[in-house]
Design a protein around this ligand. Structure first.
Ligand code: AMP
Length: 517
């Protein structure tokens, strides 16, 4: 696969449009180039999340102040391209300034108070520049996922606000900070440091590390933690501290006590080089991903209490997408990807007509073969599924049935860990409550069978009959279970071979399902 250079907005729009036409998921990794291992970690995460990855390289003049380093910011497009080619990204979007901000460009996005503290106070207008260019990039590329680094923690907070406030249809995924061996956070600006400043620069991460050690030893008083951080900085007079602060991760307001998820941020200058770093406090033994999830799942309380007048499906969709557990999942390994609620509003005007939920492990939900995105699509899976259920086509299927790709549908990637499955099962249970007349669940294949019994019905692995054993005599099996979260109703569960399973085929369920109301 060769990586494509894209220089113009129109070419980028065509590339993204083609990608969507192929029903492929798309991730954007926005950067300013001069790439290092920190950027590449974002690319790797993007590749885990989506089928197609676009990296943008744009040194955005709008986010630099008049006395800042825009003109001398490190630029090395050839090296960047080689790195991105080896990382097998699909496209590098490297537009000129005139392409992003053509003559007459006059709009800007003001991200509000969150953008006026810390970096915003030190660099007035910085986040307006960031938000404006990002909104433009997101509208050009229209990715499913955009990936950012914890290194710029406040930027993440600003962007998450932007996305939520403007209802942007993109998932923000955040990766932990990648560091040099001595702890210095990797940054394109590290290239400015001479040997002496490079030695002093390590004090940023060292001060944070000291605060973390103290917190893990039980110290929660932020004044004492900050005093220790200052003690570390004072060892190096050439280091000019802009700020060192400990804040709550949602509002970025200073706090008196450090709890898991609280964030310490530092910014300092060494000569003309300005460096930033941060640390999220977490329980002893927590991984960087876990800490990130603690911070990102802590939401500002403002919107939660207000009366929500959105349709129930929309509310659930937002709840799932904002789920703190899913935030955890997305920052760890596997993002939520497909939810029933994503297409229910469009495809199921009457949820009361749905009688049957079909859970198909690896059902083609997110590809050109899914009739939900391509009504004319037909694949072996669907042909045999219609046969199994006794329906003619997708229209008839939709009239009575709804399909999900088991818990696997909420994650991209092949290996889904147990905890992820738990989260997804929780969402699936919530989604099922939307169907007041659901009478049956058809579980297709061994993979969905195991997930369903383990995570939806909560059965112990040791008590689960082997799938092959269960289906051996009849080619299918049935049980009736009372689902507490389904209004204590009895629901019949049918276990069948997967429609694409070559060696055995389940007999038609048409008579048993009784699809008509
Ligand atoms: P930049 O090119 O500095 O604008 O950074 C582009 C993206 O890479 C931003 O989302 C940064 O937060 C992220 N990034 C920069 N340095 C690191 C790092 N050391 N570790 C992880 N992400 C980083």
């Amino acid at each position: 696969m060769s990586t494509r250079w894209v220089f113009t907005v129109s070419e980028m729009i065509s590339f993204a449009t083609e990608t969507r036409a192929q029903a492929k998921s798309l991730a954007l990794v926005p950067t300013m180039g001069a790439l290092h291992e920190g950027h590449l970690s974002l690319v790797r995460k993007a590749k885990l999340q989506c089928e197609v990855v676009v990296v943008s390289i744009f040194v955005n003049p709008m986010q630099f102040g008049p006395t800042e380093d825009f003109a001398r910011y490190p630029r090395d497009p050839e090296k960047d391209f080689t790195l991105l080619q080896s990382s097998k990204v699909h496209a590098v979007f490297a537009p000129s300034v005139a392409e992003v901000f053509p003559a007459g460009f006059s709009t800007s996005v003001d991200p509000g108070p969150i953008a006026t503290v810390l970096e915003g106070a030190q660099r007035p207008g910085h986040f307006r520049g960031v938000a404006t260019v990002l909104l433009r990039l997101l509208n050009i590329v229209r990715p499913d996922v955009a990936v950012f680094g914890q290194k710029d923690f406040q930027q993440v907070v600003v962007i998450r606000h932007l996305v939520e406030d403007l209802n942007l249809p993109v998932r923000i995924v955040v990766c932990p900070t990648v560091r040099e061996a001595d702890g210095l956070a990797m940054s394109s600006r590290n290239a400015y440091l001479d040997a002496r400043d490079r030695r002093a620069a390590v004090l940023l991460s060292r001060s944070l590390k000291r605060a973390e050690e103290m917190a893990q030893a039980g110290e929660t008083d932020t004044q004492r933690l900050l005093a220790e951080m200052h003690r570390v900085f004072n060892a190096e007079p050439s280091l000019q501290l802009d700020y060192a602060t400990i804040v709550d991760p949602a509002k970025l307001e200073p706090v008196a006590q450090a709890v898991p998820g609280t964030v310490a941020l530092v910014a300092a200058r060494l000569g003309t080089t300005r460096l930033i770093d941060n640390l999220i406090f977490g329980p002893p033994g927590s991984t960087p991903d876990m800490k990130l999830q603690l911070a990102l799942s802590s939401r500002a309380p403002d919107k939660e209490g207000s009366a929500d007048t959105r349709p129930e499906i929309e509310r659930l969709r937002i709840k799932i997408e904002n789920c703190r557990d899913c935030a955890a999942v997305s920052s760890i390994s596997l993002p939520p990807r497909e939810f029933l609620v994503k297409y229910l509003q469009r495809d199921y005007p009457d949820l009361g007509s749905t009688r049957v939920l079909v859970i198909g492990g690896c059902a083609p939900m997110h590809s050109a073969a899914s009739p939900y995105s391509h009504p004319e699509a037909s694949s072996l899976f669907f042909i045999r599924l219609y046969d199994l259920l006794g329906v003619r086509d997708f229209t008839e299927f939709k009239a009575h049935c709804v399909l999900t790709d088991a818990a696997r549908c909420h994650a991209s990637g092949n290996r889904v860990d147990e905890r992820t499955l738990e989260y997804c099962a929780k969402h699936l249970r919530e989604e099922l409550k939307l169907f007041p007349n659901l009478r049956s669940i058809v579980v297709l294949g061994e993979y969905a069978y195991l997930q369903f019994l383990r995570h939806i019905l909560g059965r112990e692995r040791a008590n689960i009959t082997r799938f092959g054993e269960l289906l051996k005599s009849e080619g299918w099996a049935q049980e009736t279970v009372r689902l507490p979260w389904q209004g204590e109703r009895d629901v019949r569960i049918f276990y069948c071979y997967h429609p694409t399973f070559e060696s055995r085929k389940s007999p038609s369920l048409a008579a048993s399902l009784d699809l008509k109301p």
